[in-house]
Write a protein that binds this ligand. Structure first.
Ligand code: ZN
Length: 489
């Protein structure tokens, strides 16, 4: 397969040619959500970034197995290996089973991802469904000598590991930097060093989510699930591992360490990270009062929001920025995205109505070439959008009769626009969806006119309305009492 797709590999800090990808099987793993709270603005960027990559690889003809996990166990309150499990805590507060909490928010996540046009992954494994695989992985790491047991818990021995491998190679840290960033051991800890991380934690008596293991009744450390599940479904070495930049350290660094310790090599060939969304230049956080859920975003029900923003406005907003650059959320930026999205959809509508001429005065090959170049250059969705906007102007000129387009060129233009706007950027035309909501009141109005016509014995108008509706697949039924029903064929 001839593709010039270049992606930015975080590990080597360079753009690499994706030549060695096997067109018959591309393995891609992306860290999914921890399901203890409603999906929020922070979930949108990784989901849409890797959806774009998934869609583009498929459009290029690659057979992609895309695995995105659900974290439903082992994500503790404090980022280190301490504190209550986040899902257990929510379950305790709401008097639910932990799996009820996980299921509820998994469903919510799916609903909102669907609204955002994010395709479901090929496999969506749950951490709680892969405890056996995680225990096996701990055994391998113990067997290789890179972990130790301490009071029923198993910790990864970072010092030992760093003698042979480089802990911190992904985020560009060395062990001294890591030490500065971790808290001192308080004497209560079972760890040898503050930067060691838990592979298996012995459960405290009050801890609900627990499984038997050779070491204790307990639960896996958070970093373990991604190594266990990615290699289970994609093999010991796979192509792409993605996630948000906030996961690079320590989560992905720990994943690399686990793979190297257990398998002797890193599992992922390319590490790709999306940058974060800020709000007014700040990180999103509950304590800052700028934490916005997707429901609030889509309904406008939040102090920071001046209006509701539709899912496609949000998707367009994210695609307008390159995935590696920061993206600042503001009402102004969202309103600009709303206008931009609307302009693009109007262009698509105008394109559908264009009439072909004998010959073309426009160079249709230009659009495909520019879109391909942009996507191949590290998934530059902003450049794709910019090319599409140039073509919206050209489409308007054709509609105004200032330019002309041949039948063959018109077909090709429609193919390219549909491919990039809908298949690859993954946008939907919300204006058409809105039309469905308006059908019922519109039909009420049309039938009221027909009732008036009948009352006035204006049979011609009455029949005309009935026949025209039948032509577009709407059947009108006249009831004996003079009322009318309608249905879509
Ligand atoms: Zn992960």
């Amino acid at each position: 397969m001839d593709t010039k797709l270049l992606l930015y590999n975080t590990l080597t800090r360079t753009k690499e040619l994706f030549k060695p990808l096997n067109p018959e099987h591309v393995g891609m793993y992306v860290c999914g959500p921890t399901v203890y709270g409603d999906p929020h603005l922070g979930h949108t960027r990784p989901a849409i970034t890797f959806d774009l990559l998934f869609r583009y690889l498929k459009a290029l003809g690659y057979k992609v197995r895309y695995v995105r996990n659900i974290t439903d166990v082992g994500h503790l309150e404090h980022d280190a290996d301490e504190g209550e499990d986040k899902i257990s805590k929510k379950a305790r507060l709401e008097q639910l089973e932990p799996m009820e909490v996980a299921q509820y928010y998994t469903n919510r996540y799916h609903t909102f991802m669907d609204k955002l046009g994010v395709l479901p992954p090929s496999i969506e494994p749950h951490a709680s469904g892969h405890i056996i695989e995680q225990i096996e992985l701990v055994e391998r790491i113990l067997g290789a000598g890179y972990a130790y047991e301490s009071n029923g818990s198993i910790y990864f021995d970072v010092t030992k590991y760093n003698e042979k491998f480089h802990y911190g190679k992904l985020s560009g840290r060395n062990l001294d930097d890591v030490l500065v960033g971790t808290r001192e051991i308080d004497g209560q800890s079972d760890k040898h060093n503050s930067y060691d991380f838990a592979l298996w934690k012995k459960a405290q008596p009050e801890h609900i989510m627990r499984w038997p293991s050779p070491w204790s009744d307990g639960f896996p450390g958070w970093h373990l699930e991604c190594t266990a599940m990615s290699t289970k479904y994609l093999g010991e070495q796979f192509d792409i591992h993605g996630g948000g930049m906030d996961l690079m350290f320590p989560h992905h660094e720990c994943e690399i360490a686990q793979s190297c310790a257990a398998l002797g090599h890193d599992s992922a060939r390319y590490w790709i990270h999306n940058n974060m969304i800020t709000i007014g230049g700040q990180k999103m956080g509950k304590s800052l009062g700028n934490f916005i859920t997707l429901e609030q975003l889509f309904t406008g029900n939040h102090d920071k929001l001046e209006q509701a923003y539709s899912p496609m406005t949000v998707r367009f907003f994210i695609l307008q920025a390159h995935y590696r650059s920061t993206l600042d959320f503001s009402n102004e930026a969202l309103k600009a995205a709303e206008k931009g999205y609307d302009r693009l959809m109007k262009g698509v509508d105008t394109l559908a109505k264009l009439k072909a001429s004998e010959s073309s005065t426009v160079d249709v090959a230009d659009l495909r070439r520019r879109c391909e170049e942009a996507m191949n250059d590290d998934l530059s969705s902003p450049m794709v959008i910019s090319a599409l906007f140039d073509w919206v102007r050209i489409i308007n000129s054709i509609a105004d009769g200032k330019e002309s387009i041949s039948a063959a060129d018109l077909e090709e233009l429609k193919r390219v626009v549909n491919l990039y706007v809908f298949d690859i950027l993954g946008l939907r035309n919300e204006r058409e969806e809105g039309a469905d909501d308006k059908l019922a009141p519109l039909m009420e109005m049309v039938l009221e006119i027909r009732r008036t016509a009948k009352a006035n014995k204006d049979w011609a108008t009455s029949d005309l309305i009935r026949n025209r509706l039948a032509e577009i697949g709407i059947r009108v039924k006249d009831n004996k009492d003079g009322s009318m029903d309608w249905e879509q064929a």
